[in-house]
Design a protein around this ligand. Structure first.
Ligand code: SAH
Ligand code: SF4
Ligand code: F3S
Length: 486
């Protein structure tokens, strides 16, 4: 197994290509059709919704049917070699469609476009457009250019683009949960990571535009927003204050933003991802404790349990520092779940380092983790400075041990929930049966329970008592309906 995911609701990483199209679309309004497939993290999925909005304005409607599309877009990920291979394979599958419809344009968006730039055009002959994550506003112009038979490239990174004014077109939405991008880029230079190169400098989005977008979502019936950024805890926005007599600038930290969004309505749940352990503050933890509707769930990627490896990774914390952070979360938020990202077999990793990783998983008792073996990315600090010297079979064996341990920890965490009652936001039918609802607890665990002919609908809150569990799901029965939610 190369990538293991112990979660059914992937929010962070490694989503395979999904074709996205809006649930409802007035077909006749659009003169042309585009198809967009998204890979990688939630940021990319959120970006695809911005791209859809830009294209809608130009008269393009979304389709899921390749043959119908005038333009096919792949929103790509470069995080590991495997992610790029998947996309290259997918590109070759477009050859036939393009032969059948010569006017069809193929565009590569996102991180792979940014990493490879014009080289992609040489390597993948059928690609007509290459557009980096900060250049989506120029997409209509680039399409026009490509329609004349020229290849079109824009991979300029920006210091201030946040697409704050663009209302995303929700693609394939359940109408209840939505991603809201609050910042872009990353200033951390984790030595293994390609993101700072593909996404550019960190910049925060105007707080007022975020609150506005979340309020609109709530008014449309959405009941959960996930605030997205590579490192949400370093969110920082300075704005002119509207308060009378205040001539100072008002500053919004991440804790301040969380509070503003939580105050929209107690019926709107707030989640966020991702927190870098070095940046999550007590202020954020206390804000989470103060508001019932801020979900008690923190994704706190550890990457490795060995201080020596963490130093090589440039994570800027030690094993002990990370463990103290976990303790602090448990102290302030006793019912908070914690998940992690883990990399097996980073450069120079010894068996002892690997044991340190296993023991930190055990110490933290993660409810869930995303686990990977190290994949060298060209241009990163690690690729330039260190030898990728752990053999593949060793990486895979260590990853396997990590996965096995995490599976056990997830199961143990779920078993502890048997007999407990959780407030659940109903997101839709369970995947297995239309007579069951599926939703999530504040702790981000999937909860499935029978409908039992109650007049409920998605978007309602219920309390559910857990009767039994699997490794990834809690199964229970409704004990009450949260009246104000219906
Ligand atoms: N910004 C987030 C992570 C984004 S990338 C954070 O800092 O937490 C998601 C995860 O992919 C990382 O946490 C890491 O575990 C993994 N990852 C990143 N680069 C990788 C590489 N070169 N090889 C293997 N896994 C990698
Ligand atoms: Fe990559 Fe580190 Fe930035 Fe996360 S914080 S995106 S791992 S450089
Ligand atoms: Fe996300 Fe992949 Fe880019 S994880 S930021 S889409 S490299």
């Amino acid at each position: 197994m190369e990538i293991a995911e112990i979660s059914s609701k992937v929010h962070n990483e490694a989503r395979q290509g999904e074709v996205l199209a809006p649930a409802i679309q007035e077909e006749k309004l659009y003169r042309k059709k585009f198809m967009i497939e998204s890979y990688g993290c939630a940021m990319n999925f959120a970006d695809s919704e911005i791209v859809a909005s830009i294209l809608n304005k130009e008269g393009y409607g979304a389709t899921k049917i390749l043959e119908e599309a005038d333009i096919v877009l792949l929103n790509t990920c470069s995080i590991r070699e495997k992610a790029e291979q998947t996309i290259r394979k997918r590109l070759t599958e477009f050859k036939k469609a393009k032969l059948a419809k010569r006017s069809m344009l193929v565009g590569v968006l996102g991180c792979m476009a940014e990493r490879l730039k014009g080289k992609l055009l040489e390597e993948e002959k059928l690609v007509d457009l290459v557009i980096g994550p900060d250049a989506y506003r120029t997409l209509p112009l680039l399409i026009e250019e490509a329609e004349t038979g020229q290849k079109a490239v824009n991979v300029l990174l920006s210091r201030d683009e946040t697409y704050a004014d663009i209302a995303p077109v929700r693609l394939d939405s359940n109408g209840i949960t939505a991603f809201v991008s609050i910042m872009r880029g990353c200033n951390n230079m984790c030595s293994f990571c390609v993101v700072p190169f593909t996404r550019g400098r960190e910049r925060s989005r105007d707080a007022a535009s975020i609150v506005h977008e979340c309020t609109e979502l709530f008014n449309q019936g959405y009941r959960e927003v996930t605030l997205l950024g590579q490192n949400v805890d370093s969110y920082f926005w300075t704005a002119l204050s509207n308060e009378p007599a205040a001539d100072k600038l008002s500053e919004v930290t991440f804790a301040g933003l969380l509070e503003k969004v939580a105050l929209i309505s107690p019926l709107l749940r707030v989640r966020f991802s991702t927190s870098h352990p070095k940046d999550i503050t007590d202020e954020v933890l206390f804000t989470m404790a103060r508001y019932e509707n801020i979900c008690k769930y923190i994704h706190l990627p550890v990457q490795s349990g060995s201080t020596r490896v963490l130093q090589l990774m440039n994570r800027t914390y030690t094993r002990e520092w990370y463990m103290a952070k976990v303790n602090r979360i448990r102290e302030i938020l006793p019912d908070c779940s914690i998940s992690s990202d883990v990399i097996a077999g980073f450069c120079t990793e010894t068996e002892e380092d690997h044991q340190d990783t296993l023991s930190i998983l055990q110490f933290s008792g993660y409810d869930m983790s995303y686990m990977f073996f190290y994949s060298e990315r060209p241009g990163t600090l690690a690729a330039r400075r260190y030898l990728d010297d752990v053999p593949l079979d060793v990486k895979k064996r260590r990853l396997d041990e990590i996965v096995k341990l995490q599976n056990r920890l997830s199961m143990e965490s779920n078993i502890r929930d048997i007999g407990r009652t959780f407030k659940v936001l109903i997101e839709g039918n369970s995947r297995k049966s239309e007579s069951d609802w599926s939703g999530r607890s504040s702790q981000n665990k999937v909860v499935v329970f029978p409908k039992n002919d109650r007049p409920l609908t998605k978007g309602n809150y219920v309390t559910v008592k857990v009767k039994k569990v699997t490794g990834a799901t809690l199964i229970g029965e409704i004990t009450s309906v949260v009246e104000e939610s219906i």
